[in-house]
Design a protein around this ligand. Sequence first.
Ligand SMILES: Cc1cc2nc3c(=O)[nH]c(=O)nc-3n(C[C@H](O)[C@H](O)[C@H](O)COP(=O)(O)OP(=O)(O)OC[C@H]3O[C@@H](n4cnc5c(N)ncnc54)[C@H](O)[C@@H]3O)c2cc1C
Length: 472
Amino acid sequence: MDRMTSEPLLSALRIALGPTGVLTEAVDLARFENGWRYGKGKALGVVRPANAVETATALRLCADHGARVMPQGANTGLVGASNPDASGAMVVLSLERMNKTIDLDLGNRTVLVDGGVLLSQLNEALKPHALFFPVDLGADPQIGGMVATNTGGTRLLKYGDVRRNLLGAEVVFGDGTVLCDLNRLRKNNTGLDAKQLFVGTTGLFGIVTRAVLQVAPLPRQRAVALVGCRDGEAVLRLLAALEQDLGDVLSAFEVMSRNALGPVFSHQPALRNPFGAALPAYAVLVELASTLPATAFAIGDVLEGTLGSHLEVDGDAVTDVFVAGGEEFWNIRHHISESLRHEGRTLAFDISVARSQLPAFTTTVERLLAQSHAFVRLCDYGHWGDGGTHLNLVWRDADAPRPYAAIVEELQPRIYDLAVRDFGGSYSAEHGVGPHNQRFFDRYTPAPVKQLGALLRQHCDPRHLLGTTRLW
Ligand SMILES: Cc1cc2nc3c(=O)[nH]c(=O)nc-3n(C[C@H](O)[C@H](O)[C@H](O)COP(=O)(O)OP(=O)(O)OC[C@H]3O[C@@H](n4cnc5c(N)ncnc54)[C@H](O)[C@@H]3O)c2cc1C
């Protein structure tokens, strides 16, 4: 479909959605065409429906004119699944105008939100009520996009992912059918929980236009520590001790290896390095959060006291302990990815294995690299509390015997095979699936799961209108 043949579709969309509902100028389309990290495409146009009924109308019109559709939220996804392909024939369906409803039921501690509401916007609205939506990350996605990708984040350990906090959803199927299941019940044991089909399935079954979320009381106080550990086993012992002694208030357990930490202090001079020249093998960011007031529970003292006791029993393996308020230590964690890019080429993996396997898995990757790719540095960090590790492989072109693409081809299948086949892990712990990792979905997904997905797709989106990812 080109501009000429698409004109009847674009005029039908303008009539149905009004002039603000359709964008076609190149200057307006640009921001919808490229992904955050992967994915570059070309859009025929962008439709911006205001509600589920307009979404259904837009999808039917696109189907009638043979145009495929890319649902798009805030476009912060990291697997290239939110952008149109390069054909110039796809319509982007953006939820950015669906951002008005934030309807709080205080007594029920739930909120009904439009799918296009941004996470930051939701949290601003909840703040006066001392509440927040606790799925927390370094980006600002839309709620519909978070449902479609089942966003995890740095506080998953305490609050869970989107799946655990989603009570209801309104979804428009690819064929225009509207499923309105705006359940507000925490207990509802009445058979198929249909909304779960749309969590983490990247919009391939339908478009999430509204959601009911359970929200959490905003902590009155937090305390953060950075703990240096000699090796991965010491990190696991620290995690076990903290869960045992402080499990109710432990809200984050983020791990940064020496190779991930070093570049932060080299490239972010504004950030203080508490360790000095001798960086530990692993630095753990420990966060406690509590709704109790400081007068009832001295959270900083409790954290210091517990870490002090741990030092007494595992002093050889714990090298340093620093406690600080505010965002200082979180800023170190949030600057890793950007700092690594200054070091050379990066190849990023978003892997999870059972927590108990993290040290063995990491050591195996190190050994593999030492044997066949000694010019590559493993710079790993991640959400060890949930078994998640962002393995970043870093090298300089000058040191590499082959071009970047060839090295990626060698390393990706080996690392993923190791994670999935040898360690029973996941090739995408939290970023979801999309064109970037499509072939690994094909490689590892069991046939019965693919068959079930195909049946659901056939039902919800029989013309395969939605998305570019070919999962089902
Ligand atoms: C700096 C940074 C840090 C990040 N950290 C984390 C992290 O810690 N944990 C984590 O899990 N993720 C993380 N992410 C990934 C990303 O933010 C999430 O995947 C995000 O939730 C996607 O939401 P979005 O609105 O941006 O969706 P988009 O990127 O626009 O879309 C993502 C997918 O969802 C589909 N989609 C979007 N909206 C809808 C809808 N309303 N209905 C149906 N389908 C839809 C799209 O078609 C696409 O397939 C991070 C990203 C960045 C850039």
